[in-house]
Design a protein around this ligand. Structure first.
Ligand code: GLP
Length: 241
């Protein structure tokens, strides 16, 4: 894994947008794996800016998102579906049918997990997967646990994650307790992975990811075994390295 430290979040956004731009030039029909949370927002802003400048054309690009809360409809402003349309998709020329997010509102969520796994598989493979990281080292919604997860599955969110994510909701009771997420194995199949971490709250998880052992108790540590993973940090997130 390669680790790069930047002055600030904007420099990371520009670097990441450069990588996306290069990929889209080489492969206009590329497949992007996308993440939610506040971390990728500057990158999405940079992608929108470059689209407006005519530097990026998303007309053939396909996207697959990592995760979604259970029980939140697409119209719910806290859903990751809503987030993606608000922060990226509505502002670029991507075709709606080329955007994919797992649904959190299927009657039979267990069998739906297999449907989403298949959809990701049939995309031909993710060329570039963007990741944020939870304060406890989670990627997607793969929380610390006994074993690394494999495929798309349903997870119970830890108290730490519920507390960290309550800032997006009116109160902590409104934070869903469960989510659907790509598994670690699904994520690791991506050709290239870029994990972004900014701010001091991420410093410990970043240290464990890079300098600790590969363990499912810090899910992001698995990236040490990926053939092309880049960890992009601002100074605060890199503070303990
Ligand atoms: C959520 C998402 C993750 C994200 C994490 C960190 O739990 N499922 O994909 O990386 O939050 O969010 P933030 O970037 O807002 O710190």
């Amino acid at each position: 894994m390669k680790v790069k430290v930047f002055q600030d979040a904007q420099s990371i956004a520009e670097y990441t947008a450069d990588q996306i731009q290069k990929l889209m030039k080489r492969k206009p029909e590329c497949v992007l794996g996308l993440a939610t949370g506040s971390t990728p927002v500057p990158t999405y802003r940079e992608m929108i800016k470059r689209y407006e400048q005519g530097k990026l054309d998303f007309s053939q690009v396909k996207t697959y998102n990592l995760d979604e809360y259970l029980g939140l409809s697409k119209e719910n402003s806290q859903s990751f579906y809503y987030f993606m349309w608000e922060n990226l998709f509505s502002k670029i020329n991507i075709l709606k049918e080329n955007t994919h997010l797992p649904s959190g509102t299927e009657a039979d969520m267990e069998s739906y997990c297999k449907v989403y796994e298949k959809q990701v598989e049939q995309s031909g493979g993710i060329d570039l997967q963007l990741l944020g990281i939870g304060n406890n080292g989670h990627i997607g919604f793969n929380e610390p646990e006994e074993n690394f997860s494999q495929h798309v599955h349903i997870v119970s969110l830890t108290q730490e994650t519920i507390q960290a994510n309550k800032r997006f909701f009116e109160n902590v009771q409104q934070v869903p307790r469960k989510a659907i997420t790509m598994g670690i194995e699904t994520i690791m199949k991506a050709e290239k992975i870029i994990l972004i971490a900014t701010g001091k709250a991420k410093a410990k998880a970043v240290y464990d990811t890079i300098s600790g052992p590969v363990t499912p108790w810090c899910p992001a540590s698995i990236l040490q075994r990926h053939k092309d993973a880049e960890i992009l940090l601002d100074l605060e997130a890199a503070a303990l390295l």
